[in-house]
Write a protein that binds this ligand. Structure first.
Ligand SMILES: Nc1nc2c(c(=O)[nH]1)N[C@H]1C(S)=C(S)[C@@H](COP(=O)(O)O)O[C@H]1N2
Ligand SMILES: [Mo]
Length: 314
């Protein structure tokens, strides 16, 4: 695989210095402003604002389970654009230039357009959300993300009533992403959510973790996080968001429809064709633990799927 080797300048050399520092300083400065769930602009799951429902929301926004150490979060990744090994993203993702970066928003909206990540970071109140992430492969982590609700961005472009789904696309640039020169999936990485899933208060766009700028291997500069779904739904390094009437077909679904459904809700009762889904190994632990329905977010999201056969719509 010599063809995929590159000289590796540090990130600070390949991103314009000023912008790089600016983004870092901004994130660092968040410090005390960051807390889970109770900021103005955070949306309630229920309209009742009793102390009990606020407490439920706070717990969903930030699990009190032990956080996975930052080193593990940064060195055990799936980011096939940089190779299929767990350590490939850490080794190769520094090649990705994340500054400047903008996201195109298009489709069934009144106000399509392009917005830079720096603009998004200054426009929205960033919150810390400590979410479980469960990979379909059977490992999981607890990650303190920094981000803002996807709903806020979607509302700003004024979706038309014909907008039923939201499709997301990762950067396509085989120069920077050596994995894209290999036939792993149909590039660019493509994902989708139903509109009600996209505007759910648990769904965020993350720009950081552990209070720092998002490391490249975790999907810098901006990635989706949908905590009740298998990790692969949480698409990284997003350049395009399209609201549309027809249901998108994700890259994984296109490649292996019998293994990767559109919904991909964490469901320990449905077997993946090649393995069971009943348990998972938390990175850093030896024992396996039981996988929870909707990754532990059943109370918050089960209503979205009422009446649906979740064995068929897996
Ligand atoms: N563009 C892109 N997004 C992606 C992937 C990928 O290969 N490419 N892998 C997915 C999978 S399978 C998982 S489990 C999570 C892993 O996120 P993490 O590396 O930040 O833990 O990213 C998801 N998003
Ligand atoms: Mo995954």
């Amino acid at each position: 695989m010599a063809a995929y080797r590159y000289p590796r300048p540090p990130a600070s050399e390949i991103t314009p210095r000023g912008l790089y520092e600016q983004r870092r300083t901004f994130m660092k400065g968040l410090g005390s402003a960051l807390f889970a769930g109770a900021l103005p602009g955070s949306v309630l799951f229920t309209s009742a604002s009793s102390a009990a429902s606020l407490e439920t929301e706070r717990r969903a926004f930030s699990t009190d389970e032990s956080k996975t150490p930052i080193e593990a979060i940064k060195s055990y990744n799936n980011f096939y654009e940089f190779g299929t090994g767990k350590d490939d993203p850490k080794k190769h993702a520094h090649q990705l230039r994340t500054d400047p970066w903008s996201v195109q928003i298009e489709g069934e909206v009144e106000k399509p357009g392009e917005v830079t990540v720096d603009e998004l970071i200054s426009r929205y109140t960033l919150e810390e959300r400590i979410y479980r992430l469960r990979c379909v492969e059977g490992w999981s982590m607890v990650i303190p993300w920094v981000g803002f609700p996807l709903k806020a961005l979607l509302e700003s472009v004024k979706p038309l009533s014909s907008a039923k789904y939201v499709a997301f696309e990762t950067l396509h640039d085989p120069e920077q992403m050596p994995g894209q020169r290999r036939d792993i999936i149909d590039w660019p990485y493509f994902e989708g959510l139903r509109m009600d899933e996209a505007v759910h208060p648990l769904t965020i766009l993350a720009v950081g973790l552990y209070g720092e700028v998002l490391p490249n291997q975790n999907g810098a500069p901006i990635r989706l996080v949908v905590p009740w779904k298998y990790g692969f739904k949480s698409i990284k390094s997003i350049v395009r968001i399209r609201l549309q009437e027809e249901r998108p077909v994700s890259s994984w679904e296109a490649r292996r429809p019998n293994e990767y459904g559109f919904y991909a809700n964490v469901n320990p009762n449905v077997r993946h064709p090649r393995w069971h889904q009943a348990t998972e190994r938390r990175i850093g632990e030896d024992r396996r633990r039981r996988t929870e329905m909707f990754n532990g977010y059943e109370e918050e999201v089960a209503h979205l799927y009422e009446g649906m056969d979740l064995e068929k719509h897996f």
